[in-house]
Design a protein around this ligand. Structure first.
Ligand code: ZN
Length: 188
């Protein structure tokens, strides 16, 4: 595994649409392992392949099992060709940051519940039903695959604010104790 550099907003790759993954082989496995390591080192709660300059539809997400109790560990998801197949009418505003836009956070409306379908690194179908913060992270990462950034989703310029470069948006600094094998995506 290796850390890959995370590209930032001035890089036009972030604005391109990523390609559907067709080949499920060792190269894809290496990309996913590197993305997990890079996300954890950042630290972040999600990463999309375009953020490491790879225009493939691949995301990784890792959130705490229990926000109140960091000891409970994390849930790790890796998803290839993810698609939102169901979304709640209800939108909830919440604070987001992005590893590709350091120093800024914004209030972004997101569906409170979504169902995501995709594949694992072996091409097997997976399906995840996500609520709240997990649903938010999935929507943020899937947006990256279409060249969309959270700053495009805020409802006004007053919804974006600068933060100290050292300060991470809430929920970003997360203890990661679960090994990559602990993927909990359910078979579709
Ligand atoms: Zn992002």
């Amino acid at each position: 595994m290796a850390l890959r550099p995370i590209i930032t907003i001035e890089n036009p790759i972030l604005r391109q649409k990523a390609h559907k993954v067709q080949r499920f082989g060792p190269e894809l496995g290496r990309l996913i392992d590197d993305m997990i390591e890079t996300m954890r080192a950042a630290p972040g709660v999600g990463l999309a392949a375009p953020q490491v300059a790879v225009l493939q539809r691949v995301i990784v997400v890792e959130v705490p099992k229990d926000e109140e109790n960091p000891e409970a560990g994390t849930l790790l998801y890796e998803m290839v060709n993810p698609e939102i197949v169901k979304a709640s009418q209800e939108l909830i505003e919440g604070e987001e940051g992005c590893l590709s836009i350091p120093g800024y956070v914004g209030e972004v409306p997101r569906h409170s519940m979504i169902v995501v379908r995709g594949q694992d690194r072996f091409g097997r179908p997976v399906r995840v039903r996500a609520h709240g913060f997990l649903a938010r992270v999935f929507q943020h990462e899937i947006d990256h695959l279409d060249g969309i950034l959270f700053i495009d989703r805020v409802t006004g310029p007053d919804k974006i604010r600068k933060v100290e470069p050292a300060a991470k948006p809430e929920g970003e600094a997360i203890e990661t104790t679960v090994p990559p094998q602990a993927t909990v995506a359910m078979p579709a």
